[in-house]
Design a protein around this ligand. Structure first.
Ligand code: 5FX
Length: 535
């Protein structure tokens, strides 16, 4: 079709670069990707370099640049119609940082289309290796920045998260303290997301507010850099960061390099790139009142929040599709691996036996509550071990097999529920749960989730939600000024949510009481762990 229009969404993830093209109805037209390790010359393992200290984790910045030409070259070979691309956005692994050398923007603006990006940009970065989200080498900087604003809770209230080692402000401060001359030669600092947008724009793109929330530098209420934090890093840091802008912002037209090399239209617009998690929220088409629960080796909750209550064990970001709202990200380390470990121990390593035991045991487990932290948990921070309590809240040695099976599932979802509520998520009539990831095809587990949240549970099949969300955000950003539709209105008809579980009539009665007991007993479990580990 001659007048068809496409929107491209990139995902600069840790291990690969993916791109998807969608049409006006969000149908996927084409997909392409490159695994960074397959480029070979950068000698990465899963897209990164882990320093012998085990703490410092980086990726070569130029590898990401190279990958962009490679995937676009592959689309060209497939005969993709670049002319029809109206707008581009993208997602990037969160927290990673890029350090542009003085004069780099001039190079970006005058790239020669007959040579590669890699050849022309390889000397444009003061730090050749970008620190990424897997880095945990900035303990000292975290302490320093928290002290600058009055401690952990104060940092959380201000920026949405306590100081985390991977968060970009702490990473930048490490560069400032350890390599002052490198910082001095740097004219601009980008996140992976805004860096990738800058390549396509041929000029520095602003950091978007959602990904900017993952830096421990931004006041998430004012949606601007916090003066005290920025100055605590360096008096001129704000000059090097630019100004945070809403995620749904057109940053400008595509650079001539891509017009001439790949035949993009010169009217193609570059929309802010954002973090992979905010972009996934957009890709999952999550709306007010909803929570997405990704059931993987770790379980991750994406919450839509109107009135967030910042807690030191989760992250609050500005919402990418509605700047008046927020999103929270909660990561629970004990997810599928723990469920599988308990299945192996008490259900003969057999999921169908596990399901039978789960279904045969009454909802509420006759008051038995167990805590199963087979690996050190993130929420609550650092707790490890298994702890069991009877219906009178007394600690007991053990449960029967079937009690363990119901207890592990109930306690995992009670934990997801109480920690979501603690961050300001309201259970109520509009609440819906969207289950994704590996365990989202286990109906018995989804029924427990529905009962505990007292809300319907849906699934939907979305592959590459971050790249897809980016393509959809690109489409939204270039149309919103003319049609004034909200993101929700724009995507609503394309939501293919499938209802998979409804709460039983007495769920609220059973699980409200249990949630209150869970809150109390979780404190005891933490205390027991402290005593056992001599902390
Ligand atoms: C979120 O805070 C994270 O660190 C990860 O999910 C990265 O965004 C992965 F790319």
């Amino acid at each position: 079709m001659d007048n068809e229009q496409f929107y491209l969404g990139f995902d600069f993830s840790t291990q690969s670069l993916k791109v998807v093209a969608v049409n006006d109805h969000f149908d996927v037209i084409i997909e392409e990707s490159i695994k960074f390790d397959d480029i070979g010359k950068y000698k990465t393992s899963d897209g990164c370099h882990i320093n012998p200290d085990g703490l410092t984790v980086t990726s070569p910045t130029i590898m990401w640049v190279d990958a962009l030409d490679i995937v676009l070259g592959r689309l060209l070979q497939k005969g993709f119609n670049f002319q029809a691309v109206k707008a581009i956005s993208g997602a990037g692994q969160q927290h990673g940082s890029v350090y542009w050398k003085k004069g780099a923007e001039k190079v970006l603006a005058s790239l020669n289309p007959s040579s590669t990006l890699e050849t022309q940009l390889k000397h444009c970065f003061t730090l050749e290796e970008s620190p990424i989200w897997m880095d945990s080498s900035t303990k000292k900087q975290c302490k320093y920045l928290e002290a600058a604003v009055g401690g952990s809770q104060a940092m959380t209230d201000l920026t949405g998260s306590r100081a985390y080692e991977r968060f970009t402000g702490n990473q930048i401060l490490k560069v400032i303290q350890n390599y002052p001359e490198i910082y001095q030669q740097t004219e601009r600092i980008s996140l992976v997301s805004s860096f990738a947008a800058s390549l396509l724009r041929g000029a520095y793109c602003q950091i978007d507010e959602s990904d900017g929330s993952g830096m421990n530098l931004m006041n998430i209420k004012l949606r601007d850099w916090d003066e005290t934090l920025a100055k605590a890093c360096s008096p001129d840091l704000q000059d090097k960061l630019g100004i945070p802008v809403p995620t749904v912002t057109v940053q400008g037209s595509i650079s001539k390099y891509f017009v001439e090399r790949y035949s993009f239209s010169d009217t193609c617009q570059i929309v802010s790139f954002t973090g992979d998690n905010p972009s996934s929220l957009a890709g999952m088409k999550l709306a007010k009142g909803e929570v997405a629960v990704s059931l993987g080796s770790s379980d991750v909750l994406f919450l839509w929040l109107e009135n967030p209550l910042a807690k030191t064990e989760g992250h609050i970001f500005v919402n990418p599709v509605d700047t008046k709202a927020y999103m929270a990200l909660l990561c629970f380390k004990n997810g599928s691996l723990t469920r599988a470990a308990i299945r192996d121990k008490y259900a003969h390593s057999d999921w169908s036996h596990f399901e039978t035991l789960l279904l045969n045991q009454p909802r509420g487990n006759n008051g038995k509550i167990g805590f199963y932290y087979t690996i050190a948990e993130i929420i609550p921070d650092g707790v490890e071990g298994c702890y069991y309590f009877d219906e009178t809240d007394q600690q007991v040695e053990d449960f029967a097999d079937a009690e363990h099976i119901r207890a592990v599932i109930e306690s995992q979802f009670l934990s997801r529920r109480v920690h979501a509520e603690d961050m300001g998520f309201e259970l109520g009539k509009d609440c819906r749960v969207l289950a994704t990831g590996g365990a989202s095809n286990n109906h018995a587990i989804l029924q427990v989730m529905s009962d505990i949240f007292n809300a319907p549970v849906y699934t939907q099949s979305v592959a590459n939600s971050a790249a897809l969300g980016a393509a959809m955000l690109a489409m939204h950003a270039v149309n919103v000024t003319t049609d004034n539709l909200s993101y929700k209105e724009r995507v609503h008809d394309t939501r293919n949510f499938e209802l998979v579980a409804q709460p039983q009539p007495d769920s609220k009665q059973v699980y409200d009481v249990m949630a209150a007991r869970y809150r109390k007993l979780e404190k005891q479990a933490i205390e027991l762990h402290r005593k056992q580990s001599g902390q």
